[in-house]
Ligand binder design. Sequence first.
Ligand SMILES: [Zn+2]
Length: 145
Amino acid sequence: MAKLTYIYDRTCQYTGCGKELFGRSDKKYCNDACRNRANSKNRRKESWGEEKHIYEITRDLRRNRSIMKSTGAFLDQTKVVTRGWMLDRGYNFDYYTNILHTKKGDYFFCYEFGHMELENGKILVVMTDRYLEINIRAHDNPPNP
Ligand SMILES: [Zn+2]
């Protein structure tokens, strides 16, 4: 029994191998091939995690935008909803694309739609055409020097 314990004590850290290790006690892989395979597997895992993170934030920003859009807010027409109403629809208050500071308070925007917290859990939803203006200006003829 003691011998079996010894055998399973130290094995190659590459999950696809698991061979018994001999030699230095800090050795993690049985050979270079296993080390390389294990390292590239870890790198793939990391880059996938990064992609997932970006994907999830983008998805939340898009969802936030469509929730605010669904209130019917449009340019000079603002809407008032509750924080609970937004949370019920899956609004993620952690993510926004930019903040507009005003004397009345801060607007948190997701693209062209933004919201400001009012009292009693009420939320003001607004839409800006600033993004449209930026877009039009970018496509205008360049000014004469
Ligand atoms: Zn190995």
